[in-house]
Structure formats: structure tokens, C-alpha cells
Design a binder for this molecule. Structure first.
Ligand code: ADP
Length: 665
């Protein structure tokens, strides 16, 4: 029997080929299944793992047996955390119902460390849509997650930095720098709240228009740092001014640098803007103060020289007219006046410097406004009369008491009255009106003088400020009077305001001071009359300014004392030993041996304990007094020594010692 099996063979061959093909395909799938970079497996709809790929167990350090034939959620990856087990179980159930579940989960590897997996459970369905098995797949995303988190932190840090940075930062997001955003400081600088700072922004949100200038010249838009950076240039520390349409000017220092894309093309730019307006202003103020100081020095030398010529003339006159009592008298009166002027200048100077160093102390007491104003009027009377002005004074009906330093407050009104007299042409009218307004006293000093231009009004209280700058037109003064006035008033809790209708229309200065409301204090103690000392002393006068020493010595001689002079510290110590004075008037700033040292040395000499040593110095602060006390001085007098104070001191000494007989021997 011959059977033709060709067809059968062919069929068998075909079948074998199909099988081989199937096996080959299956092997390919297997290889893919095993060698892919994903965790993968096949599990039953009830959650039992049938076939895990190698990576899924070996990759986590487990064995295949720990995984196969067990529910997926009982796998060793989740068991350390019951919550995780529940989550995986729930996901598996949902997948079995046909849902593709995807989630990021922590999982545990064999050594117990936790990692992160991006897990999907894919429901595999037949043609009827019935789920026939489930395919869990996953990939380890621990490293990616960590990098993402690190990046997130960096971004957050940078964001916080940008948000709080006092420097404006702008970012141009395109090479043409059309879209620009900025940090909060940038919005503040450009006076807008919208993050979009571009010219293309909504007109309502766009920053106020401003011109960018360099040294006063507008910078063309394409030359601005951001635009230059967007062309690939790095711009460093460019000084620019933003001049806003409303007149505000912002001084800035700008820098900018390009941003690149992966191909190295410029994709935008960053720019930083540092606001240096305050610094610029401070610099300008310093320059202005420096200029005022220079001007002041010029005025000062001028003002100090002014009285010198009449003083010299006076001296010549006195020498020439010794017999002519009337001329002598006139010369002396003139010299006294000029000297008073000099002393006042120097006093004002010292006061200003004391106030600015916070060293001026007020001796406040209950004082009557009338005595303050009377004292001021008395001092200014001469100048007012000399200029031929009339002065009207109106006082409140009731007496007004202030808690004040009488001398200082009198100085305030004297300054105002003197200014009114100085800055009025001859024959002017000055009115001083004091009015009580509730708990304040308001004193107005008004003149019919040259007036003050409106733009000068705010400045006249600044130290060294003078409206008339040229020396020729100067009416005498250093430009410190009003600054002193204002500060003294501030120290009294008061204020001052200047008013003027303009040049030629006179000026008015209005002072307000708080009033003391209690009942008047008992009358002040009357000072005892000054007496001529009835004792004659041996007095040593020590000063390196010979004229000063000699004239003081002469004066004391005329008063009946025996005097000697010394011009430096060493000489003073020798003279003290030889002359055995009762009183030594000792200057502090001395050559060779300063006054403190000289005083100590004299105290150590025989008899040196009993001598009365008086410091005479230019420094009258409490600190200076303390220092001289510590060095062994008995008294402290501020130069120039007021002769009547010296006489009072000497009288005190003779009284203490019981008249002439009791003078220390
Ligand atoms: P000065 O020593 O120059 O008088 P002040 O501080 O007293 O200095 O005054 C400052 C400036 O204010 C003066 O130089 C003057 O230009 C102006 N001024 C002060 N008082 C008057 C006034 N009553 N009328 C016009 N100008 C005045």
C-alpha cells in the first residue's frame, strides 16, 4: 500500500514550523520579559503571582520562592508595612475588575531599605472583555525622585532668595527681551505689582513710564543692559538713572548676563538692579555739607577779622589820646562792643559744636517768660537802636511760666531780634508779640526787612546756611544762629517756623513753647552783692598766652594783689616754690608740662597743699571739671575769665579765711 503522505508531511512540516515559530516568538517574549529593565510578572485575577520576571525578585535581593504562588500583596516588598499591603491588595482588586491601576509606592528590598517604585497593574482581557490575568509592571524611580526633590529644594531656595533679595532681578525669557518678569524687589523699584514687566504687558499693569539715563543722557532702548545681554554680552556694574514720568529719580547699578539653550544659542537674559539712591543722596548731602563748611570757613575768617580793625584802631586812639578822657572813653566803649561781638561769635560756635555732640546741658528751672524776653530785648536793644528801628513788644496779660534755661531761651529770642534788626534796612519796624494759646505760648518776631525767598525758607535753619552768600552783602553772622535757635527750642520741647511773603516783604519767626501750668515758685534767692576783696593775695598767673597772663596779672595788681606770671608748666612749678602764692590761676593747655601735671607737681611741693589752685580753661564741660578736680584743682573757670567772677572768688577766699589776717600764710 502506497500512501501518499506528501500532503500530510507538508501539513506536519507546516505545523512544526508554526510550532517552532511559536516557540521562537515565545522565547523572544520570554527574553524581553526577563531582560527588560522593568519589574514584570503575570498574576492570576485572584492576585496570585504565577510568573515573576527575574528582576522583580533578584533585583530586590529576594528568591523566586518568596514570591511565586503567593498573593502579590503578601510579597516581601510590602510586608514590613501593613498599610502598604492593604494599598497593594486594593490596587490588585481594582485591576481584577478591569481598571488599569498606576501609582508611586514605597517598597522594601531584602536589606530592609525603602525605595520607590512606579507600579502599574494592567488587566489583560480576552476578546469578550473579560479579565483573564493581571500583569504587574514597575520601575524603580528612587534616584529620579531624589534628584527631583533635590532640584525642587534648589528651586525653592532660589525662589525664597529672589523673593527676599533687596536687589531687583529681571529675567528676559526670549532673545528679543520682549517678555520680562522680575522678583518683588524689581516690582518695587519699577513701582508695579504685576510680575510682567514687559513693554508688551497689559497697559494697566505696565510699570510707570521712565527714561533710563546715563550721566543725564537717555540710553537708547537697545543699549540697555538686558538687551545687550540678550545679544550675548555680559554687562557689569553700569550706573544708570531711571527717571520716572512723575519726576522721581532712581539711581541704580545694573549688571546683566545672557542665558543659553542646549544648542548654545542665547535664549534670554538675567539682569540685576541695585538701588543706590540713598547712597547717592548721602554722598550729595556730604558734598553739600562740605561746600557749606568751606563757605562757613570763609565767612568765619571774615567775621573774626571784622572786629579786629576797630580794636586795633581803638588801641592806637588810646595811645594817642591819653589825656583826652572823652576820646579814651569812646574808644573803650567801642572796643568793648567789638570784643563782645567776637566773644558772641566764638560762644555761638562752641554752642553749635556742643549741641551737635549732644554735650550741651540745659539748666532748667521755673522761669517767667517776661524775664526771658526782657533779657533778650536788653541785649538786642543796642543793635536795634543803632539801625534806627522801632521795637514794639506785646506781652500776655497774665504772667506765663516756663520750665526753661533762662540764659538759653533769652539767647533764642536775642538771635531772632538781632536777625530782624540785621536783615532790615534802616528805620524798620520790629514787632515782638507773645500770646498764650491754651497750653502753649506763641511768640512771633516780625520785621519789615528784606524777607526770605520761598525756596530758601526750608534751609535757613540748617547750620552754616545763609541766604546771602556773597561776603559783600553779608550783614554779619556765621549762618549758625538759626540752627542754634531751632536746636535750643527743641531741647525745650518747642518749635520754630519761618514765614515770609518773599524778598522785600519782611519775615516772621513764630516760636511755640509749652507752658508750665503749676503755681508760681517762691522768688529766687537774691545773689549777694559783689564786694571788692579786702584782702591782698600773692597770685601766680600761668598762661602760655603771654598777653592773657600779663593783662590778668595787671588787673589783679590794680586790685591790690601781688602778682607774678609764668608761661609754661615747669616755670610755673618753679615760681610756685619761690613765690609761695596764695592763689594760682593755672591754664590747662601749657607747653612742657600741662596744667594737670603742673598742679600735681605743685601739690607735692612744701606748702603746696594749702595753695588755692584755679583751673582756667576753654573747656567747661562737667567732664572737664571732674578731670581738673581729680588733678587737685580747687576751682574751675572758663576762659575768658570774667573779672567779676574772679573778684567774687577772691572775696570768698578772704571771707573764708577771716579777712586779711586770715589769708593763708
Ligand atoms: P546769620 O549768622 O547769617 O544771621 P542765621 O542762622 O541767624 O545766620 O540766619 C540764617 C540766614 O537766614 C541768614 O543768613 C539770612 O539770610 C536769613 N535770615 C535770618 N533771619 C532773617 C530775617 N529776619 N529776615 C531775612 N532773612 C533772615
Amino acid at each position: 500500500v502506497v500512501v501518499d503522505i506528501t500532503a500530510q508531511r507538508a501539513a506536519e512540516e507546516r505545523e512544526r514550523a508554526v510550532l517552532a515559530d511559536a516557540v521562537a516568538t515565545n522565547l523572544k517574549f520570554r527574553a524581553f520579559f526577563e531582560q527588560g529593565a522593568l519589574f514584570a510578572g503575570i498574576m492570576d485575577v485572584d492576585g496570585t503571582i504565577i510568573e515573576p520576571n527575574r528582576l522583580s525578585w533578584e533585583g530586590s535581593g529576594f528568591t523566586r520562592d518568596q514570591i511565586v504562588d503567593k498573593p502579590f500583596w503578601d510579597g516581601p516588598w510590602w510586608t514590613p508595612s501593613p498599610a502598604l499591603v492593604r494599598q497593594v491588595q486594593d490596587a490588585s482588586v481594582r485591576a481584577a475588575q478591569g481598571e488599569l491601576v498606576r501609582m508611586e509606592l514605597p517598597y522594601y528590598v531584602a536589606d530592609g531599605t525603602a525605595r520607590l517604585v512606579d507600579l502599574s497593574i494592567i488587566p489583560i482581557k480576552d476578546e469578550g472583555g473579560r479579565v483573564i490575568f493581571l500583569a504587574p509592571t514597575g520601575s524603580d524611580i528612587t534616584n529620579r525622585k531624589r534628584a527631583e526633590e533635590a532640584l525642587g529644594r534648589k528651586v525653592e531656595e532660589m525662589q525664597t532668595l529672589l523673593d527676599t533679595l533687596p536687589i531687583g532681578v529681571f529675567i528676559a525669557h526670549d532673545p528679543e527681551a520682549r517678555l520680562i518678569t522680575g522678583n518683588p524687589a524689581a516690582h518695587r523699584l519699577l513701582r508695579t505689582r504685576s510680575p510682567n514687566l514687559s513693554k508688551t504687558a497689559d497697559p494697566d499693569e505696565r510699570p510707570m513710564h521712565f527714561r533710563v539715563c546715563r550721566n543725564g543722557v537717555e540710553v537708547p532702548p537697545n543699549e540697555l543692559p538686558v538687551q545687550r545681554a540678550a545679544r550675548g554680552e555680559v554687562v557689569q556694574d553700569m550706573e544708570l538713572d531711571d527717571v520716572f514720568d512723575d519726576g522721581m529719580v532712581l539711581h541704580t547699578i545694573m549688571s546683566a548676563a545672557p542665558l543659553y539653550d542646549e544648542q548654545g544659542h542665547v535664549r534670554g537674559a538675567v539682569a540685576s538692579v541695585l538701588d543706590v539712591t540713598d547712597r547717592k543722596r548721602a554722598e550729595e548731602a556730604l558734598r553739600e555739607a562740605d561746600r557749606r563748611k568751606d563757605e562757613f570757613l570763609a565767612t568765619l575768617s571774615h567775621e573774626l577779622r571784622n572786629p579786629l580793625a576797630p580794636l586795633l584802631n581803638g588801641l592806637h586812639l588810646m595811645r594817642m589820646a591819653t589825656d583826652d578822657a572823652a576820646t579814651m572813653d569812646r574808644a573803650r566803649t567801642m572796643m568793648e562792643r567789638q570784643l563782645a561781638q567776637l566773644v558772641r561769635l566764638v560762644d555761638d560756635l562752641l554752642d553749635v559744636s556742643r549741641i551737635s555732640q549732644g554735650k550741651l546741658e540745659l539748666r532748667k528751672a521755673r522761669v517767667d517768660l517776661a524775664s526771658v524776653l526782657n533779657s533778650a530785648v536788653e541785649t538786642s536793644r543796642f543793635l536795634i537802636d543803632e539801625m534806627g528801628h522801632t521795637l514794639e513788644v506785646t506781652m500776655p496779660d497774665e504772667p506765663v511760666y516756663l520750665d526753661a534755661d533762662l540764659t538759653r531761651l533769652a539767647q533764642v529770642f536775642m538771635n531772632l531780634l538781632n536777625n530782624a534788626a540785621k536783615y532790615s534796612d534802616r528805620g524798620g519796624r520790629i514787632r515782638l508779640v507773645a500770646k498764650r494759646v491754651e497750653r502753649e505760648i506763641v511768640v512771633s518776631v516780625r520785621d519789615t526787612g528784606i524777607g526770605i525767598a520761598a525756596d530758601q525758607l526750608p534751609q535757613i535753619f540748617e547750620v552754616f546756611s545763609q541766604v546771602t552768600r556773597s561776603l559783600e552783602r553779608s550783614r554779619g553772622g556765621l549762618g549758625i544762629g538759626l540752627s542754634l535757635v531751632r536746636r535750643l527750642l527743641q531741647m525745650h520741647g518747642g518749635t520754630i517756623e519761618a514765614r515770609s511773603e518773599g524778598p522785600g516783604h519782611g519775615s516772621e519767626f513764630v516760636v511755640r513753647l509749652p507752658v508750665e501750668v503749676q503755681a508760681p515758685a517762691p522768688p529766687a534767692r537774691v545773689l549777694p552783692e559783689l564786694e571788692h576783696p579786702d584782702a591782698s593775695f600773692r597770685i601766680l598767673v600761668v598762661d602760655d598766652n603771654r598777653d592773657s597772663a600779663d593783662s590778668l596779672s595787671m588787673m589783679l595788681g590794680i586790685l591790690g594783689n601781688k602778682t607774678q606770671t609764668a608761661y609754661d608748666g615747669e616755670e610755673a612749678a618753679r615760681a610756685a616754690a619761690a613765690f609761695q602764692p596764695h592763689v594760682i590761676l593755672l591754664d590747662i593747655g601749657l607747653p612742657k608740662l600741662n596744667g594737670y601735671e603742673t598742679c600735681r607737681r605743685i601739690r607735692e611741693q612744701p606748702g603746696g597743699r594749702d595753695v588755692v589752685i584755679v583751673a582756667q580753661t576753654g573747656w567747661g564741660q562737667e567732664e572737664d571739671r571732674k578731670r581738673s578736680r581729680e588733678a587737685g584743682f580747687d576751682h574751675h573757670m572758663v576762659k575768658p575769665i570774667d573779672p567779676s567772677a574772679l573778684v567774687a572768688l577772691l572775696s570768698g577766699l578772704s571771707a573764708k579765711n577771716g579777712g586779711n589776717g586770715g589769708v593763708p600764710q
